[in-house]
Design a protein around this ligand. Structure first.
Ligand code: NDP
Length: 338
């Protein structure tokens, strides 16, 4: 069975990763792309070998497509997602799903009622490194996890220094951009849900319009584990990492908060140190494979709509904490979605 995709958004992420990931499935086809500009739609279609470039959502949704991938700026995801769901298309939506978790819930509920497959494009769950850590923890190799540290402060590449650092109304800022990924990766690796978050944010010189370009968050999880995370757009030399420390051992992963299947994971216990081996498959290709399987009735997308609600609710709580100076409880209603 072939799966025909329509791209909503002539974006960098689609060009860099998602078009390839769709085509890597064998039965995946990119049938059309939609941009708000007819000229850009045509140019993007031509440059990427896509048969059709259109400039309205109606034109895209009336095309013979099975699924849409939404990678427009964040304020557009809700309306475009709801329209695609109404048209009966499966939806893979970029994070954050919307500007508020209440809106994200509306979209995920609509998808559930329509019986379509809905996924959130949290790529890091698909990284071999994060899956190896999750498996090691689930197998008890570090005992009971008590703390995690996430190092995810990067330098925003010059070609992406646009709406993320200038347009609050488009959902700019590092928290909606990167903290959502850290929330999802912490939940995935720990197999636990956050209940409370406290955050400081900063404008360290790159972002304007009142947007933050750096954040440090402290998290408390249901199990009692605590975590710290650092997200940023302004640090050129920091490197990335993800650590989980347990009663019987530590997992120390380096260079793993990235879009590429790179990095290393070290397990340190009383028996010494061991490099964990893991697969190096492209993260987005794996995500697409699970999404296609879900369309065929096998399993679920690697990150579901509910996962996207969790990550956005966490980011929302972080932003609220940074404004009020107090720890914020993550909406307990979400518990029923876990
Ligand atoms: P881009 O800035 O590349 O694209 C976003 C929108 O900007 C496009 O839909 C397009 O509008 C417009 N645009 C792009 N290039 C130009 C241009 N040269 N001139 C004018 N307008 C332009 O964003 P990203 O690809 O970085 O991000 C898109 C979405 O994907 C966001 O929601 C982001 O959070 C998410 N993302 C997710 C990642 C992940 O790994 N999961 C990684 C990176 C981003 P139009 O479609 O109307 O032409």
């Amino acid at each position: 069975m072939s799966v025909r995709w329509g791209l909503i958004g002539a974006s960098t992420i689609a060009k860099q990763f998602m078009i390839n990931a769709i085509r890597a499935q064998g039965h995946g086809e990119v049938a059309a792309v939609m941009s708000s500009s007819a000229e850009r739609a045509e140019a993007y279609a031509r440059e990427n070998g896509i048969p059709a470039g259109v400039s309205t959502l109606d034109a895209l949704l009336s095309d013979d497509i099975d699924a849409v991938y939404i990678s427009t700026t964040n304020e557009l995801h809700l309306e475009q997602g709801l329209a695609a769901i109404k048209a009966g298309k499966h939806v893979l939506c970029e994070k954050p799903l919307a500007l508020t978790s209440a809106d994200a819930r509306k979209m995920v509920a609509a998808a559930g009622n329509a019986g379509i497959v809905f996924g959130t494009n949290h790529h890091l769950r698909n990284a071999g490194a994060h899956r190896a850590m999750r498996e090691a923890i689930a197998a008890g190799r570090i005992g009971k996890p008590v703390a995690a540290r996430v190092f995810h402060s990067v330098y925003l590449p010059e070609n992406l220094q646009g709406w993320r650092i200038t347009r609050p109304e488009a959902g700019g800022g590092v928290v909606l951009d990167i903290t959502v990924h850290d929330a999802d990766t912490l939940r995935f690796v720990l197999g636990d849900d956050p209940v409370e978050i406290s955050a400081f944010t900063q404008s360290a010189g790159m972002a304007g319009g009142g947007l933050e370009d750096g954040a440090m968050c402290i998290w408390r999880f249901k199990s009692g584990a605590i975590a710290q995370s650092h997200e940023g757009f302004t640090t050129k030399f920091a490197g990335t990492g993800f650590e989980v420390h347990g009663t019987e051992g530590s997992l120390i992963a380096t260079n793993v908060m990235t879009q590429k299947p790179v990095g290393s994971v070290l397990l340190r216990t009383a028996s010494g140190e061991e490099e964990l081996s893991f697969d190096r498959e492209d993260l987005y290709t794996r995500s697409l494979r699970q999404f296609h399987a879900a369309i065929c009735g096998e399993g679920r997308p690697s990150a579901t709509g509910e996962d996207g609600i969790w990550s956005l609710a966490s980011a929302e709580a972080a932003l609220q904490s940074s404004k009020t100076g107090r720890a914020v409880t993550i909406d307990p209603q979400l518990g029923s979605l876990a």
